[in-house]
Design a protein. Structure first.
Length: 136
C-alpha cells in the first residue's frame, strides 16, 4: 500500500509542476511596448484628436488613443505600425442641407496622415518617444 501512495504523490507533484509551467507560459503573451509623444499640426498642438496604430503584419488589433493637449501614450504589442491621425471639428454652426440639417464635420488633418497615411513607427519593448509634426 505504501508503494502506491509514493507513486500517486510523485504523479501528483509532476502534474502540478507541468500545470504551473503551462500557466506561466500562457500568461506571458506577446511582448508589449509603449510609445509616448506629441502631435502638432502646423506647429500647433492637436487637442482632442485620435491617434491609431495599426499593426503592419495584421497579427494583432489596432490601438487608439485620444490626443490631449498634443500628447499621447499607447501600449501595444511590439512591431512595425502604420500611424493614422484624425482630428475633426464642427463646421461652426453651418448646416449641410444635403444631409438633412446635420452640422458639417471638418477633418483638420490631411488624408496623407490618416486614410492615406504615410506615417509609420516601430514599437519596441520598454518606452519609445516619437513626435509627429504634421503640416497641411
Amino acid at each position: 500500500m505504501c508503494a502506491v501512495t509514493i507513486v500517486d504523490q510523485s504523479f501528483f507533484k509532476s502534474a502540478i509542476l507541468t500545470f504551473s509551467v503551462l500557466v506561466v507560459s500562457c500568461a506571458r503573451g506577446p511582448a508589449i511596448g509603449t510609445i509616448n509623444g506629441r502631435v502638432t499640426l502646423d506647429n500647433q498642438p492637436v487637442d482632442g484628436g485620435l491617434i491609431r496604430l495599426v499593426p503592419a503584419d495584421g497579427n494583432s488589433q489596432p490601438a487608439d488613443c485620444i490626443i490631449k493637449g498634443g500628447s499621447f501614450s499607447i501600449s501595444m504589442p511590439v512591431g512595425e505600425k502604420k500611424v493614422e491621425i484624425y482630428w475633426t471639428k464642427g463646421g461652426g454652426g453651418k448646416v449641410d442641407t444635403a444631409t438633412q440639417g446635420t452640422e458639417q464635420i471638418i477633418q483638420m488633418i490631411p488624408p496623407k496622415y490618416n486614410t492615406q497615411t504615410e506615417l509609420t513607427c516601430t514599437i519596441e519593448q520598454g518606452t519609445v518617444v516619437k513626435d509627429f509634426a504634421l503640416t497641411r
